[in-house]
Write a protein that binds this ligand. Structure first.
Ligand code: C2E
Ligand code: MG
Ligand code: MG
Ligand code: MG
Length: 284
């Protein structure tokens, strides 16, 4: 089950990095180079069900900077959003994830694995987003049901009718949607029931203190009950301890993600995690 991986520790913003990419303009230029020079990488974090069976993975972007090492998306995705660089970067993430899905799909042992990718607001709201996603899926010849798109609450609100139209056209094609960081935005049941979602993803801020925080237990219980009444499955993110898993399980949470099961890791390590995992022994 949980294989501890010490090999992909994030390095934090240090002085050297501050100097290299001190200004926005500088960061933008560096990021442009990163995309052109293949410094972007995808890490994969395992998702499991209540029986520890592997469901798939979330794809998480990493920038492998030649001087500064691994940079977290929290540091550069906001700048990529502002500058519009998130469009080519997001397309690269989609292409790379679909190429990986194709490899898994062609191996009976891994054919069921689902990949979840994060989509940013600007990417989702660009003209032709649904068409672009469909054409990448078709070009890679993958089953659309193996791709899950993670959206956040905030990005869905500003034009609800367009949002629903985009989501619906992808949903009809077979793609699934998960609502990421759930509980941190402004969801009302009113609009939640209108969105064609498959999954709610409980934000890790509610999972963190689950063992001691009775308010968080109440929130998590409410989110899960609400999701079930809307016919959505629920995944908890940021699950780090067995106690957290037990509490979530007791409240009918069906899917889990977090360091307890595995950190985000490069594809080679992820595939060896799959094959070392007793519950996924058949894989690879
Ligand atoms: P997110 O989608 O909510 O991803 C979950 C974050 O929690 C990831 O941080 C993950 O590494 C971290 N995490 C997972 N399990 C645990 C745990 O057990 N404990 C703790 N403390 N943390 C855990 P990461 O990889 O730094 O990504 C941060 C955010 O950057 C993501 O939040 C997502 O919003 C964004 N992001 C990542 N990849 C992409 C991408 O390809 N495109 C876009 N647009 N955004 C991305
Ligand atoms: Mg996510
Ligand atoms: Mg999240
Ligand atoms: Mg988040």
């Amino acid at each position: 089950q949980a294989k501890k991986s010490g090999r992909n520790k994030l390095r934090f913003f240090d002085q050297r990095m501050q100097d290299t990419i001190s200004s926005r303009a500088n960061l933008e230029a560096e990021l442009r180079k990163a995309l052109a020079n293949e410094q972007l990488q995808l890490h994969y974090q395992i998702q499991v069900d209540s029986a520890h069976q592997t469901i798939g993975a979330e794809v998480l972007l990493r920038w492998i900077h030649p001087v500064n090492g691994i940079i977290s998306p929290a540091q550069f995705v906001p700048v990529a959003e502002e500058t519009g660089l998130i469009l080519p970067i997001g397309l690269w993430v989609l292409e790379t994830a679909c190429a990986q899905l194709k490899k898994w799909q062609d191996n009976p042992a891994t054919a069921q694995l689902i990949l979840a990718i994060n989509v940013s607001a600007r990417q989702f709201h660009q003209n032709g987003f649904a068409t672009e996603v469909r054409s990448v899926i078709e070009r890679h010849d993958i089953n659309p049901a193996l791709l899950k798109l993670e959206l956040t609450e905030g990005m869905l609100l500003n034009n609800l009718d367009d949002t629903i139209a985009t989501m619906r056209s992808l949903q009809e094609f077979g793609v699934q949607f998960s609502l990421d960081d759930f509980g941190t935005g402004y969801s009302s049941l009113q609009y939640l029931k209108r969105l064609p979602l498959a999954q709610l993803k409980i934000d890790q801020s509610f999972v963190r203190d689950l063992a001691t925080g009775y308010n968080d237990q109440a929130i998590v219980r409410t989110i899960i009950a609400m999701a079930h009444s809307l016919n959505l499955n629920v995944i908890a993110e940021g699950v780090e301890t067995e106690i957290q898993r037990q509490i979530l399980l007791k409240n009918q949470c069906s899917h889990f993600q977090g360091y307890l099961f595995g950190k985000p890791m490069p594809i080679e390590q992820f595939e060896s995690l799959l094959s070392s995992d007793s519950t996924a022994a058949a894989c690879i």
